[in-house]
Design a protein around this ligand. Structure first.
Ligand SMILES: O=C(O)C(=O)C[C@]1(C(=O)O)C=C[C@@H](O)C=C1
Length: 368
């Protein structure tokens, strides 16, 4: 039986099903371009209203994604639907002007994956060498947005990002959560040949138990990123990298040992940095940093307004204050937008009690 004359379970021939798919694709093509024209009309309206800057609207994008996910009846998963619509919006926006997005590079880092997950592929990518460089590029206007890691489920906070948030005028405009899969990537043909293992310090830490069991004698060398680790391992067959699939692929490294991270559920949260906070969407988060001079009950008192207004705190992290010894600042994530009435009142009351209160941004909760 030839492929094109066979019949499926419904009795319809392959040829006929493919003809149907062609018809659906024609419809999709027409509709996708119709949508792009509508998005261009939105841009014209924004321009006529004298709006300056870029046309990216994180709040609207979150609403679009939530709406199609709620309407989705499958068989495609909600994640697949989000990904497809994200790319459609990304292309529609690029038609107006592609966004310049800086991220912790080089190409192949998890941060690049997070940037593409959030903005889609129709962006102008600016891979930079460090977290600080990403902040500076967005502050200076060389990029409209920046993406940096902030927290890993096994390794904890990325303290450099927190410290930089404290001093930067930038706002958090979004968050991206991503499952992190670390692989052993190497040209070595057996584990016995591996003398050195390169990775980012977080990559080495996330795979500590695996390394102790399988490569106890290999030297562990921390480098600036997992992508840089893959580049180094590609040049030396007695070395390996702990890196993402994307980094291994980029440097054409075989992956003899996939998924070697210690925690089964290893995920990293990234922040999207920009200049203006998005408007409320109804499903938002607010990040802030707060401090009070060191005295008993100080923190409990500062947080009391949150309980009074029934507000939900999803994270509380302390960091030594840059101001003095044994002084602390607290990074807090709250459910809600700083313009929501209850949150606004609570923040007002906290402001009265605090020696420092800086809102780092209100932004839509991540749409997976
Ligand atoms: O609704 C808008 O403001 C648009 O510009 C359209 C659109 C879209 O394609 O849906 C494109 C870019 C924005 O980031 C948000 C949404």
């Amino acid at each position: 039986m030839s492929e094109t004359t066979g019949a499926g379970v419904t009795g319809e021939s392959l040829e006929s099903i493919r003809a149907r798919i062609d018809g659906i694709d024609d419809e999709l093509l027409k509709l996708v371009n119709e949508r792009a024209r509508a998005a261009a009309e939105v841009a014209a309206v924004k321009q006529a209203a004298g709006e300056s800057g870029d046309y990216y609207r994180p709040a609207r994008e979150a609403q679009v994604l939530r709406r199609v996910r709620d309407a989705n009846q499958g068989p495609l998963s909600d994640e697949d639907i989000s990904r497809l619509f994200r790319e459609i919006m990304s292309a529609c926006l690029a038609l107006q002007r592609p966004l310049r997005v800086a991220f912790l590079g080089p190409e192949g880092t998890f941060t690049q994956e997070a940037a593409l997950k959030h903005f889609g592929h129709s962006i102008r990518s600016l891979p930079l060498e460090g977290i600080d460089a990403v902040f500076r590029e967005v502050e200076a206007g060389g990029a409209e947005y920046g993406v940096v890691p902030v927290e890993n489920s096994t390794e904890g906070m990325v303290t450099h990002t927190l410290d930089r948030l404290l001093s930067s005028p930038l706002q958090i405009v979004g968050e991206v959560e991503m499952a992190i899969v670390q692989n052993l990537a190497t040209r070595a043909t057996s584990l016995g040949e591996i003398r050195r293992v390169y990775s980012h310090s977080q990559g080495l830490a996330q795979c500590r138990a695996w390394l102790e069991t399988h490569l106890p004698a290999a030297e562990r060398i921390a480098v600036s990123s997992t992508a840089e680790a893959a580049r180094l391992a590609a040049e030396d067959s007695s070395a390996a990298a702990i890196a993402s699939d994307a980094a291994a692929e980029r440097y054409e490294l075989p992956v003899p040992q996939p998924s070697i991270q210690d925690g089964a559920a290893n995920s990293t949260r990234f922040l999207v940095l920009g200049k203006e906070s998005p408007e409320p969407t109804g499903e938002d988060k607010t990040s802030l940093v707060i401090a009070r001079e060191n005295r008993p009950g100080g923190l409990a008192g500062l947080l009391a307004p949150l309980a009074r207004y029934g507000l939900n705190m999803t994270r509380l992290e302390s960091r030594p204050s840059p101001e003095g010894m044994w002084e602390y600042v607290f990074f807090i994530d709250l459910v809600g937008h700083a313009e929501d009435p209850d949150l606004k009142r609570a923040l007002g009351e906290m402001q009265q009690l605090a020696s420092l209160l800086k809102i780092l941004g209100s932004y839509p909760r991540s749409v997976a």
